[in-house]
Write a protein of this length. Structure first.
Length: 95
């Protein structure tokens, strides 16, 4: 399991959740009331990162990301992974 830690300043680093916009999938779970900043280490480079409440709100409510997914890579490693996948698709003749 990945190490994720909530920010120590919970009251200032939170945003309300709009539960109507969430992609909760097929679950009995209840949406939380707030998003909090979450600290994590990038799974590729190990760099310490913070997945901010505003980034989570965008991911879950605007982009429609699955609610039980979490950030695991820093921005640079996400870009590298996208490029690696794109190159693999091109080399395989899928693009």
């Amino acid at each position: 399991m990945r190490k994720q830690i909530r920010s120590k300043n919970k009251q200032n680093d939170r945003l309300p959740v709009d539960g109507k916009k969430l992609n909760m999938g097929n679950t009995y779970s209840v949406a939380p009331d707030f998003y909090y900043d979450i600290e994590f280490d990038c799974e590729d480079c190990g760099k310490h990162q913070i997945w901010t409440a505003s980034q989570q709100k965008w991911w879950y409510e605007e982009a429609g990301g699955y609610f039980f997914s979490t950030a695991v890579r820093c921005r640079d490693c996400r870009q590298n992974e996208r490029e690696r996948k794109r190159t693999a698709r091109v080399n395989a003749g899928h693009e």
